[in-house]
Design a protein around this ligand. Sequence first.
Ligand SMILES: [Zn+2]
Ligand SMILES: [Zn+2]
Length: 588
Amino acid sequence: MDNNSISQAFADVAVLMQVKGENVFKVRAHSKASDVIKSLPYPITDIVDNSEKLSALSGFGDAIVDKTQELVRTGRLGLLDRLLEELPDGILELVQIPGIGPKTAVTAATELGISNFEQLEASIESGEFQNLPRISKKGAAQILRHTKLRVEQGNRIGLGPATQMASDVIVELKSRCGTIVDIEVAGSVRRSSELIGNVDLVCSAMNDEFQDIIDSFTTLSNVRDVIAHNPSMAVFADAKGFRFSLMMVTPEAFDASLVYATGSIAHVTRLEALASERGMTLSSSGLPYPSESLSKDIQTERNIYERLGLNFIPAQMREDSGEIELAEKQDFANILTESDIRGDLHAHTNWSDGRYTMEEMVAVAQKREWEYLAITDHSPSATVANGLSPDMLIAHNTAVRELSISSGIRLLTGTEMDIRPDGSLDYSDELLAGLDIVIASIHSGMDQDIASMTQRVIDAMENPHVDVICHLTARLLGKRSPVEIDIASVLEAAVRTGTVMEINASPDRLDLKAEHIRMGVDMGVIFAVNTDAHRTWQFDNMRFGVSTAIRGWVESDRVINTLHYAELMTFLALPKSERYAFNKSRGH
Ligand SMILES: [Zn+2]
Ligand SMILES: [Zn+2]
């Protein structure tokens, strides 16, 4: 069992205990264990037989140690099974919907027999759900919005977990099969789609090794059902029904197979047509001229595109949304890459709701060889996030400045300031003026109508001190639907007021999303790609932000955190009305 599934089991226990109204300390102990296991930098199975090491983990009392060992050794947790048996079906699903607490979940399940998202949707639409206690008409409308999102999502999972699962499978398969020449994830994971239906892998080896690798693949530790199985491919589903496929190819055909397995169907169909116009046939085994035999030197992804008369197209852009027409005319050398990023302008510490000290966060950012990091803890309105009072913010600034001198990375003082429901800001202008950077976001009052919400954000943008608007739609992928907001008006206001729009890299958010980013690109918007890290390892999420930016066709000179430190400080020192013009003067 991997850390994720073990962590999930403890999280489920915590939710079900809470639903049953059990002791709050017991609930918290299980949810803490879930958090700790999820954040371990190594597989917990490595230490599971060593009770002493397990007990040394934060919050691991005897009961949690026993349960961890039971889970790893038997694959099950008796307590979880009992709780699931005692409570009606569907509770774990229902409580995931914002607005549905434990009590409502139980009454909905017992009195209305609702056990999944589809039934919940139908029940709200028929008006039946609204008869439950504590449900207002407005509340039901919001719940319906979130539920529709879940129904639409179906069995797909977020890019973050899917990427992790793909990499776990690759690591395990490689450790079992020394004969693998190359293996890579293709499909929607490689394109960095925000929701993933299945993980598709392409693997190369000598022909006579295929069977052995397929056999290993279909007996990996997370296999529940083998769905298809032949000498060159296999598909299995894990315990949650999520599918993994493996295509075996010879080393010569690896890149062509990747082209084939990565692009959306529409993109690949276009490539096939281009090939046939040129008298060639594109298939998963290559792109030969009729009389030609395959040779490795002409089979890189790049020269497959070149032979089709196209410049190389980054994987994330292969959607047939205009990239093929563009690739006929120009290359994509200016498209953002992760190595263009010189710092992060959105990170939290334990001064507010981060898990780590400023020193710990900074040390990790420094290891990434970034030039700078903005420490942007929350403002007072974010009470659940332990926002800083004005006095605390001043102390925070001092701490940031001192650490900036003693560490090898430049730190920016800053705040992630709440935009209040009435559009007013959470700190005085005087306080804001003393910060290197002000990033502003919506964390409350998310149910506003579209006109109020749009005006609320635009009001914040009109403030001369608000540099960046973060995670504009406040969506949580698979958990919370986006706020209702007029994206085009906000992007237009960004250009007009000289405000930067964030591309939030957290795989739970990916906000702005790709299509809105592309709209912004066309309108001339400037972006910042930020991790919003609350934990040290979340700086790694930068790659998801960059991939999402690439899906939105963002070039690196449209992103302020590709600037060197001195240039960035020049940019931030300018009045907002001059910033867009300044950025335009950047050379490629
Ligand atoms: Zn935020
Ligand atoms: Zn944040």
